[in-house]
Ligand binder design. Structure first.
Ligand code: PLP
Length: 425
């Protein structure tokens, strides 16, 4: 693996370990024991006798889990409804390429990304599926939309006219999806249904293939917002129908509208993101039953760099925000906020060490996090702890972490930074 320190003997031996690890011939606990190597740390989700990867912080992604979640979303919506797999933001931190390949093998025909850049990255890696670019395209990205056969989303009447010009210039029928702002107040056209129908009737080269909207509060059963959004969307659909404009793909639902069985919002296609990665948001109010059987697919680990015993009164970390209330043992982990450990978890968050939930102590630094391991005396430098995932009965998922960090599970997953290696199991 090429890097700036490739000449150093240390780096060569480390690179060899990584190559061995990635070779598919991964060292297992059994094979390591044969060679007298002491297994360190525990792997959850897929504790399939694999030795921990050599990285100081890494995530394990179970592609089987993602495939299973996808199959369960498909089973929930039934054979008449297509499932578009949302793989934007590097598949919510799971790795867009590996996830896309897995889902295509499972039969996914449609992927959704946020930007042209994300779409081009998938195409350059040979992903053949239809790719919907959901969050707009800049003037300088127009050529790439055509060149890489991406499906753009129009968000205004101007976009519709521009797509027609792009199709004319390219000499092809460019299919696009049109997003209605039915009440989310974000992307999408707020034009009147009749104006939208008129703009689509003027198309000569491009073709509207899909009509979509996005819900703001699909898991909130104390609010009428989803019903109001749906009513507004149906008005647009009716106007198109009256103008003789047919659309193949009608999609309004993402994870929460699928999970809480808002069947009237499934139409011909749903866009599933969070559910593929194992999560459905908790409902507000007396909701319908949550029908999706999905499970988290990602485990996040960090290695212990140092362990030390500190006397009562010792201050830990920047600002001295933690003072040891008694003599204690602390471990310093090789992951910090630059890896995606939320700074807000300082003196609040927890990790799993040696199968037990233990507290984070002191302020989280850019590259380091300190934990209390007074009750986990068997731990040693080089051992892995779990930042997200489970070890035996102990479990910390993205929703639990998000509650403590004052954010949402999407934010936790998509913030695990690029320097944290993704390992597929
Ligand atoms: C337009 C749009 N569709 C679908 C999704 C997927 O949502 P979820 O991850 O809740 O399934 C998102 C995510 O933010 C989105 O912005």
């Amino acid at each position: 693996m090429p890097n700036a320190w490739a000449g150093s003997p240390w780096t060569r031996s480390f690179a060899r370990r990584i190559e061995d690890f990635n070779s598919g011939d991964r060292p297992t606990r059994a094979s390591a024991a044969d060679r007298g190597v002491r297994p360190t740390g525990k792997l959850s989700y897929t504790d399939n006798e694999m030795m921990p990867p050599p990285y100081r912080s890494y995530v394990l992604v179970s592609l089987d889990r993602i495939a299973r979640n996808y199959r369960n979303v498909r089973a929930a919506v039934g054979p008449g409804v297509e499932v578009m797999a949302v793989v934007k933001a590097d598949a919510y931190g799971h790795g867009a390429l590996a996830v896309s390949r897995t889902l295509i093998r499972e039969g996914a025909k449609w992927l959704a990304v946020s930007s042209v850049d994300e779409g081009v990255t998938l195409r350059l890696a040979g992903i053949p599926a239809r790719i919907l670019v959901m969050a707009g395209f800049l003037p300088q990205e127009r050529e790439a939309v055509v060149e890489y056969d991406l499906t753009p989303t129009a968000h205004s009447l101007d976009d519709i006219a521009e797509l027609d010009r792009m199709a004319e210039r390219a000499g092809l029928t460019l299919a696009f999806h049109l997003k209605i702002d039915s009440g989310m107040g974000r992307l999408g056209t707020r034009a009147q249904p009749a104006e939208i129908a008129a703009a689509l009737s003027r198309l000569r080269h491009a073709r509207v293939e899909g009509l979509m909207t996005h819900f703001a509060s699909a898991a909130d059963f104390t609010s009428a917002q989803t019903d109001q959004q749906l009513a507004r969307f149906h008005e647009c659909l009716a106007a198109l129908h009256d103008a003789g404009i047919g659309v193949d793909c009608i999609h309004t639902s993402s994870t929460n509208a699928i999970g809480y069985a808002r069947r009237d919002a499934w139409h011909t296609m749903v866009r599933a993101g969070h559910a593929l990665y194992g999560y459905v948001s908790p409902p507000r109010g007396a909701g319908l039953e949550q029908i999706l059987d999905v499970q988290p697919a990602l485990t996040w680990k960090a290695k212990i760099l140092t362990i030390k015993d500190i006397p009562e009164g010792t201050l830990v970390g920047y600002g001295g925000t933690f003072r040891a209330p008694s003599a204690m043992r602390i471990a310093i982990l090789g992951a910090g906020y630059a890896d995606g450990v939320f700074h807000r978890l300082s003196n609040r968050g927890k990790v799993i060490a040696a199968g037990q939930i233990v507290p984070i102590v002191g302020t989280i630094s850019m590259d380091l996090t300190t934990i209390d391991v007074s009750r986990a005396s068997e731990l040693k430098p080089g051992d892995d702890v779990t930042l997200l995932g489970c070890e035996g009965e102990a479990r910390l998922d993205a929703q639990q972490i998000a509650r403590v960090a004052g954010t949402i599970s999407y934010n936790i997953l998509s913030s695990i930074s690029a320097r944290v290696r993704r390992v597929y199991v």
